[in-house]
Design a protein. Structure first.
Length: 170
């Protein structure tokens, strides 16, 4: 007897929530909880961690990007193409994840991890006509530096465009 299992069932999943806060501290917009995609590179990072290899770097950076304008019309990459990404489509800003912003949910060493990080326009160079503030994607990276397109992408989310403005916090 042979049983086939789709790859979709074998990949871990994450969830994310975007909250946009205005200059006065009020919530301007909040997305519903949505699934994000765990990239294939996570398997490589986990295997390296188990072997003690330096490629098994810990989760270290959160990056945001403008993604692709076509996404505004609902034209998104296939899940297969999306899952095999090794970097954001168009990264514009990156921040280190402080150790206090990453916690295990349900006790130590569970399979549930919560990460909270804030981005403001000061964290993202504006680019021409503030185009870098039109955010459509984020990613979590193992290892790397705070340089654009650095590290190993392990988690990626495409979301509706968020137009950052001076004083806003995402």
């Amino acid at each position: 007897m042979r049983e086939e299992i789709s790859l979709r069932e074998l990949f871990p999943r994450g969830e994310c929530l975007d909250i946009l806060i205005g200059p006065q501290g009020y919530r301007l917009w909040e997305s519903p909880w949505r699934h994000n995609l765990i990239a294939e590179e996570l398997r490589r990072v986990l295997a390296a961690l188990l072997r003690g290899d330096p490629q098994g770097a810990p989760l270290a950076f959160w990056a945001v990007g403008t993604g692709e304008e076509a996404w505004d019309d609902g034209t998104l990459p296939s899940e297969e193409a999306h899952r095999t990404r090794t970097q954001l489509f168009n990264e514009t800003g990156c921040k280190a994840i402080p150790s206090g912003q990453m916690t295990f949910l349900g006790g130590d060493f569970t399979n549930r991890l919560e990460i909270s990080l804030e981005f403001t326009t000061a964290d993202i160079p504006p680019g021409p006509d503030s185009q870098n503030w039109r955010l459509r994607e984020f990613g979590l990276f193992a290892g790397g530096t705070d340089s654009v397109n650095s590290g190993i992408l392990i988690n990626h989310r495409i979301h509706p465009r968020i137009d950052m403005q001076a004083g806003f916090t995402l």
